[in-house]
Design a protein around this ligand. Structure first.
Ligand SMILES: C[S@@+](CC[C@H](N)C(=O)[O-])C[C@H]1O[C@@H](n2cnc3c(N)ncnc32)[C@H](O)[C@@H]1O
Length: 301
């Protein structure tokens, strides 16, 4: 069967009734399309679930029997329009639903910020086991290049006694962070700061700096799948072949960390460039099990 044969409003309105029917149908449509997965799912079924459940106001995981619930015609029409946008315009699902979950915490997302997908989530889910001493929880944390605030918010739950500064150069991103801080009632715990890296921060303050900075080489951006074109360029591209911002973070972090403070930084595929550039620095590369490479830990001795 061809995509044009099944991608019809008449089918979803007249022939499909339950959540399960619609998830199956959307998944089939996605399978027959040339989509890129990588903004929260890696297969057509999960992509369909990620589109449909938030639109219905449901949590990301539901009991199997809820899949038998019937959808209203209005709900099916809304889902149809979004499926068309996903397939024809290749808009990532999260920008269509304006909702995602990071480490299990709900976030509001729109195209002013990158869609959260950092493998740093795995470290947070594992409570930074073997990375941060369980007897020495950080009290002052900096989430540098915070975007939606996903890392700051997840860390505020993991370290309930910590204060977190969430820094981004983009005022648009800071507005999204503020929205997410309000969503979680964390106004007293997280301070959003619009700053070019460390410019507006105080020295020797932090026990922990976590960062997922931009690290795509400008030249490579045109090779990325169309889905990435909807994300803010400032969240993806960095100068100096992708490592300009990472270099600044490495050189300036020691002035903003307390003694024995820790920097955790994601550099992805730029890991090799960083190792070559700094032969004398000891980076502890963290093993990530669920996919993703290039997160290092550095201690301020
Ligand atoms: C890769 S995104 C990461 C967002 C978020 N931490 C996450 O993991 O989804 C990088 C973020 O860095 C911000 N950024 C870029 N250059 C910056 C700079 N010089 N100072 C502070 N933030 C910067 C961008 O606006 C973007 O929100």
């Amino acid at each position: 069967m061809k995509l044009e044969q099944i991608l019809k409003k008449k089918i979803i309105i007249e022939e499909l009734f339950s959540i399960q029917d619609v998830v199956r149908w959307v998944s089939s449509c996605f399978s027959m399309s040339n989509l890129w997965y990588g903004h929260g799912s890696d297969n057509p079924w999960d992509e369909a679930v990620n589109l449909i459940l938030p639109i219905l106001g449901l949590p990301p995981y539901i009991w199997n029997r809820v899949y038998n619930s019937r959808l209203s015609i209005k709900e099916r029409k809304i889902i149809f329009e979004l499926v068309i946008k996903r397939i024809k315009k290749r808009i990532p699902v999260v920008y269509l639903t304006n909702k995602t979950w990071f480490c299990g915490y709900e976030l509001y997302i729109d195209n002013r910020v990158l869609i959260p997908r950092s493998p740093i989530s795995e470290l947070i889910n594992n409570k930074f086991k073997s990375i941060i001493s369980s007897h020495n929880h950080p009290k002052y944390i900096l989430d540098l290049c915070t975007g939606s605030g996903c890392i700051a918010i997840a860390c505020s739950y993991l370290f309930p006694n910590a204060h977190i500064d969430a820094v981004d150069i983009s005022l648009d991103a800071i507005n999204v962070v503020e929205h997410n801080i309000q969503l979680h009632g964390l106004e007293n715990r997280i301070t959003p700061i619009c700053s070019n890296l460390f410019n507006k921060l105080s020295k020797y303050t932090y026990d922990l700096i976590i960062s997922n900075p931009p690290y795509v080489n400008k030249k490579d951006i045109s090779f990325l799948p169309k889905e990435y074109s909807y994300e803010p360029k400032i969240g993806l591209i960095s100068d100096n072949k992708g490592i300009g911002i990472i270099e600044k973070i490495i050189s300036m972090s020691p002035f903003f960390l307390k003694k024995n403070g820790i920097l955790i930084c994601e550099v992805g595929d730029k890991m090799i460039n960083i190792i070559e550039k700094y032969p004398d620095i000891y980076f502890q590369w963290i093993n990530i099990k669920n996919g993703g490479i290039g997160i290092f830990k550095m201690e301020n001795k």
